[in-house]
Design a protein around this ligand. Structure first.
Ligand SMILES: [Zn+2]
Ligand SMILES: [Zn+2]
Length: 109
């Protein structure tokens, strides 16, 4: 199973044109380029781990959607497709924990 880069959909309009506007040592505030809704991302542990993930060699783009692992604070968060039509899940490449993405402080303009 190959982890994919994190793709986030705007909680307001569903666009995936999302920019990370801050830095991890401050907050996880993002903005939607389509409707200018701002929101913060967080993760919640699902209580499961995925053991066979491959680390992805790509460089991080500092404007790409970014979120920290709720278990270990790593920023190495990727998406995995569980298949069978289940919604995609996040996985931390550091601690291999499965995570659910959450939105906080959603403010639409
Ligand atoms: Zn939007
Ligand atoms: Zn982790």
């Amino acid at each position: 199973m190959t982890p994919q880069p994190l793709v986030v959909q705007c909680p307001s309009c569903g666009s995936s044109d999302i920019t990370y506007t801050c830095e991890p040592k401050c907050c996880f505030n993002h903005i939607c380029a389509t409707c200018y809704t701002t929101f913060e991302l967080f993760t919640e542990p699902l209580g499961q781990v995925l053991t066979n993930i491959e680390k992805s060699p790509q460089e991080r783009d500092s404007l790409a959607p970014t979120v920290a692992c709720a278990r270990c604070d790593s920023l190495e968060i990727y998406m995995v497709e569980p298949g069978g039509g289940a919604p995609s899940t996040l996985v931390c490449a550091e601690c291999q924990g499965l995570l659910r993405l959450g939105f906080a402080a959603v403010e639409s303009r």
